[in-house]
Design a binder for this molecule. Structure first.
Ligand code: MEV
Length: 422
């Protein structure tokens, strides 16, 4: 059957029917088909189209993350072996130096209604200003429950961008992620503006959440940075140099920020938040002055290293898929986080902890020393090592000058030969 034939109406089939068709088309063996079935769930099928199975990732925790005087255990979901180890490393160095300070986050989402084909921009702007209250009322009437909870559309901002005019609704979504609320409100306003003779290009949430910026900072004692070979002060200076490099070189900045997002994304996934939304907002914010820069900065102040991180963090603790997945709910029990503000503060602190661990490693031993020990476990598994063989294989890989898949395969084969000869 051609792809066009079998994929027609695929979404109408049951997951079992979809698995069967895919199995036939792509020659999946019985074990593969069973794997898909074993990991499938009713919830998954309710959440996405063309559902076939659940794809799982490892979950671990960062412990002892000290933020505003409170110690958190924060679940993280990520497949990269070194991320959770690095998060714990960074979090503990900062905790021993007094912890993170997180500012109180102002929280509003931005809904954009964009107009085009504007004959007289000045007149349109005047008209919009005159109708501000009407527009806010239309937005709030489209989602009255938000206003009842003390939130809702609070303010209108009008921006002329090239030939367009963007009518930005600043909306307080209380404890929710809020994308649906914002889109509903923006579309209601768009409808009204169209009816009043405007040409609306789009009405949608903006992920550039500049009205939900979260700032966290920390002061790290030199003693917490030292290695056997290097004094804490030297390490601090090297970290400050790396921070400066990330401010001037986009190539380094992208990697610097990837290190921050390693932690942030992992915690966002575990908390049921939309990590793509936070990623895109973070990257836009990193380019806010026209050049892409590191999101965090580190500098020596007196006798310690001071770090700071600011980025848009419009997270929620209700809404979206948060209430649906049992494991997500359980994760909130582990973290004891109750409000969106608290979650934003803790996740951003984790980002700075993650960044500290990464650039401390770069400033000292280099990243591979710590990474490779953990990567060797993945390598061992990928070449077929069984549970009882992994530790031994990882140890042997650590003794090699050069390691790759072939080396791992050879060592594993030798280990097996030796054990059958014993
Ligand atoms: C790897 O996942 C992340 C790092 O590359 C971050 C950095 O270079 O700062 C180690």
């Amino acid at each position: 059957m051609s792809n066009e034939q079998w994929s027609h109406g695929f979404y109408k089939l049951t997951p079992a029917q979809r698995r069967q068709i895919l199995g036939e088309q792509y020659h999946l063996n019985i074990a593969d088909q069973e794997l898909l079935e074993k990991n499938s769930s009713a919830l998954g099928n309710d959440l996405v189209e063309n559902y076939i199975t659940d794809y799982s990732l490892p979950e671990g925790v960062v412990t002892g993350l000290l933020v505003n005087g409170k110690t958190y255990t924060l679940p993280m979901v990520v497949e990269e072996p070194s991320v959770i180890a690095a998060a714990n490393n960074g979090a503990q160095r900062v905790a021993r130096s007094g912890g993170f300070i997180a500012d109180h986050q102002p929280r509003a989402l931005v809904g954009q209604v964009v107009l085009d084909q504007i004959k007289d921009p000045q007149r349109t702007i005047e008209w919009l200003k005159d109708h501000q209250n009407d527009l806010l009322k239309i937005a709030n009437d489209a989602h009255p429950s938000m206003q009842k909870r003390g939130g809702g559309a609070k303010q209108l901002r009008i921006r002329q961008v090239g030939r367009f005019i963007s009518v930005d609704l600043l909306i307080d979504v209380c404890q929710a992620m809020g994308a649906n609320t914002v889109n509903t409100m923006a579309e209601a306003v768009a409808h009204y503006l169209s009816e009043n003779g405007n040409n609306v290009v789009t009405a949608i949430l903006s992920n550039y959440a500049t009205e939900s910026l979260q700032t966290v900072s920390c002061q790290v004692n030199f003693a917490q940075l030292a290695t056997k070979q290097m004094s804490g002060e030297v390490v601090a200076q090297r970290i400050a140099d790396l921070s400066e490099l990330a401010q001037v070189d986009p190539y380094r900045a992208a990697t610097h920020n990837k290190g921050i997002m390693n932690g942030i994304d992992a915690a966002l996934i575990a908390s049921g938040n939309d990590w793509r939304a936070i990623e895109s907002g973070a990257n836009a914010y990193a380019s806010r002055d026209g050049q892409y820069r590191g999101l965090s900065t580190w500098q020596i102040v007196d006798d310690h290293l001071e770090g700071q991180l600011t980025l848009p963090m419009p997270v929620g603790v209700v809404g979206g898929s948060i209430g649906l997945k049992k494991l997500t709910k359980l994760n909130y029990q582990l973290s004891s986080i109750k409000t969106a503000q608290e979650l934003a503060a803790v996740i951003t602190s984790l980002g700075l902890a993650q960044n500290l661990a990464a650039i401390r490693a770069l400033a000292t031993t280099g990243i591979q020393a710590g990474h490779m020990k953990l990567q060797y476990r993945s390598l061992a598994i990928s070449v077929g090592a069984q549970q009882n063989e992994i530790d031994q294989l990882v140890k042997k890989l650590g003794q090699q000058q050069h390691v790759d898949q072939n080396v791992a395969k050879e060592i594993l084969a030798t280990m097996r030969k030796e054990s059958t000869n014993e």
